[in-house]
Design a protein around this ligand. Sequence first.
Ligand SMILES: Cc1cc2nc3c(=O)[nH]c(=O)nc-3n(C[C@H](O)[C@H](O)[C@H](O)COP(=O)(O)O)c2cc1C
Length: 209
Amino acid sequence: MSLHDALEWRYAAKRMNGQKVPLHKINAILRAAQYAPTSMGLQPFTIFVIENKELREQIKPLAYNQPQVTESSHLLVFAAWTDLTGVHVDEYIDEIVATRGVSVESLDAFKKAMMGFVNNQTAEAKIQWAANQTYIAFSFALAEAALQQVDATPMEGFNIAAIDDLLQLKEKGLTSVTLLPLGYRDEENDMFVKMKKVRRAKEKLFIHL
Ligand SMILES: Cc1cc2nc3c(=O)[nH]c(=O)nc-3n(C[C@H](O)[C@H](O)[C@H](O)COP(=O)(O)O)c2cc1C
């Protein structure tokens, strides 16, 4: 299936039927998030994969009782780092050295650039930056889900502070950004299943110069 066909097939499912998504498809979706590009390659986020039904029951009221939270089989929670420091930069440099077999010294200029960012941005700006990176991984996961013919609902409709409390994210240096329930559409009860896509016309959306 082409990406275009997959994007036509997908929609933000409002109801799911409880059927379980097989592990190999979940893994493919997670891999897409893992391989998403990010600014400087830092991947400043953590993704929780919640299959536990009881935990999803607890999350549902914190997400305006949206049924997909419990009717899906897996709920991804994308959480951004709130505490980007030089430690993260050092870990990343170590990872590059180990993966590519290059010297630490050869990465000095890159490290300096990253440390400039870490030291010169406000805490708020760094969290916003980390959240922006999270959306890239979230989008890649959403697109891969469509290619895997797995339904997914991108969600911002939840209480960030309450989810952060429940999952103890603050203690982990994280804050929740988006949710992504994964499952299968409930053809009978979801009135959006057969609705046409509403998108701005390409003449309005694109300016060719
Ligand atoms: C970042 C983001 C947050 C969204 N939050 C919600 C949400 O909380 N609940 C929901 O049912 N749909 C949510 N949506 C779905 C959008 O309403 C939907 O993607 C849009 O209307 C286009 O429709 P389509 O995805 O079915 O093509 C969200 C979409 C995005 C990208």
